[in-house]
Write a protein that binds this ligand. Structure first.
Ligand SMILES: Nc1nc2c(ncn2[C@@H]2O[C@H](COP(=O)(O)OP(=O)(O)OP(=O)(O)O)[C@@H](O)[C@H]2O)c(=O)[nH]1
Length: 358
């Protein structure tokens, strides 16, 4: 692991706003942009197809909104994204534009993984911008059916830091609750927020990643903690598949596996690296998110880390760690891997630890 002790992170936070076609992304964006108390936001709208409709649908249109229309961000125009952000930063530098954060609205069919990777891979972006969170809008009315039909929508849910549930006015409370259980089974660590025609408590959309140099230990723990109500007797072994048993399981849902582990004692750095290398080597392309707080033997400060497929952000030290213990927590969400396989992988980490401390 790289030792990055720089406590100031001046990179611009970027929110990736995703969600299936018609889920309510533009509606949410409009609500954000018309909120006078919020931060100043530059918006990048990525549209697929010749008619730049979403751009026209954004009410607060001004020069802070950039339309990227030439193709889908996740597959064809990743270089364009870097250039667009460079251009925004240059305009801000020249006082032609003011913004504190950037929101990128993806197309409804976008896979967030390659976009997140672009922020890790592109040298300019990695230096000047940081992903602040993936916000996925899910339609409470058509969402269940969409998840059954479209695997892209399932991936968008699995990768989210925050799920925004739209159109709950169109469904019964019980349908909405059942859907929430399903969403939690796909993504145990994302909070779920209800939007009333795009209106949400605006601050809930920001600072979602635990990967902030100025982040607090409480924040980092919340980033990794399953939101689903838990059986108090569950996880006595310290690790658990996170699927909620009562959630309906569709063919697509079954392709997503997730697991988490809590290790009570610091981990030898070599063991941690070996575990991560093995996971990436064997299943790299299928890993949607890996995130964790890790305490390594011999290093007082814990690290927060985050990765998508085989790419990882440089680990961030939690300098103000307030935790009374030295517990490490790791969460893995992957596609085409069962929770049992993921638990097995994490168990290897525990086995190393047990062998070393025995
Ligand atoms: N009833 C109801 N309708 C909503 C709500 N949120 C959004 N809508 C409607 O849903 C439709 C689609 O919303 P958009 O915000 O355009 O969805 P989008 O995700 O940007 O759509 P694409 O760009 O096509 O992927 C619009 O007609 C919105 O008015 C809500 O909370 N309740």
């Amino acid at each position: 692991m790289t030792d990055n002790m720089d406590a100031t992170d001046t990179r611009f936070p970027v929110t990736l706003l995703t969600g299936f076609l018609g889920a309510g992304k533009t509606t949410l964006l409009n609500a954000i942009l018309t909120n006078a108390t919020g931060p100043r936001i530059a918006v990048i709208v990525n549209e697929f197809g010749e008619a730049g409709l979403d751009h026209d649908l954004i009410e607060a249109v001004d020069e802070d909104i950039v339309l990227m229309q030439s193709g889908c961000l996740c597959c064809s125009i990743r270089g364009d994204l870097s250039r667009t952000l460079q251009d925004l930063a240059a305009r801000r530098q020249e006082d032609r534009l003011t913004f504190d954060r950037v929101v990128i609205e993806t197309t409804g069919l976008a896979d967030p993984a390659p976009i997140l990777q672009t922020f890790l891979l592109d040298t300019y972006l990695a230096k000047n911008f940081r992903i602040d969170g993936v916000v996925t809008v899910v339609d409470a009315a058509t969402g269940p059916d969409t998840l059954n039909r479209q695997f892209e929508a399932v991936s968008q849910v699995a990768m989210a830091d925050l799920l925004v549930l739209s159109k709950t006015d169109l469904v019964s409370k019980s349908a909405s609750s059942a859907f929430k259980i399903r969403l939690r089974s796909l993504n145990p660590t994302a909070d779920i927020l209800r939007a009333d025609r795009g209106v949400v408590p605006i601050t809930a959309l920001w600072d979602l990643s635990g990967m902030r140099h100025q982040g607090t230990s409480d924040h980092a723990i919340a980033w990794l903690t399953p939101t689903a109500p838990r059986d108090p007797l569950e996880n006595l072994s310290g690790f658990a598949p996170s699927a909620t048993p009562s959630a309906p399981v569709s063919q697509h849902d079954a392709r997503i596996g997730s697991a988490s582990i809590v290790l009570h004692d610091p981990i030898p750095a070599d063991d941690f690296d070996r575990w991560l290398d093995t996971l990436i080597m064997l299943r790299g392309p299928d890993i949607l998110r890996v995130k964790g707080i890790v305490h390594l033997i011999g290093i007082e400060t814990p690290f927060v880390f985050h990765g998508v497929q085989h790419l990882f952000d440089p680990p961030v030290p939690l300098n103000d760690w307030q935790g009374k213990n030295r517990q490490s927590r790791i969460v893995v969400i992957a596609r085409d891997m069962t929770s049992a396989e993921l638990v097995f992988s994490l168990d290897m980490l525990r086995a190393h630890q047990t062998a070393k401390t025995a």
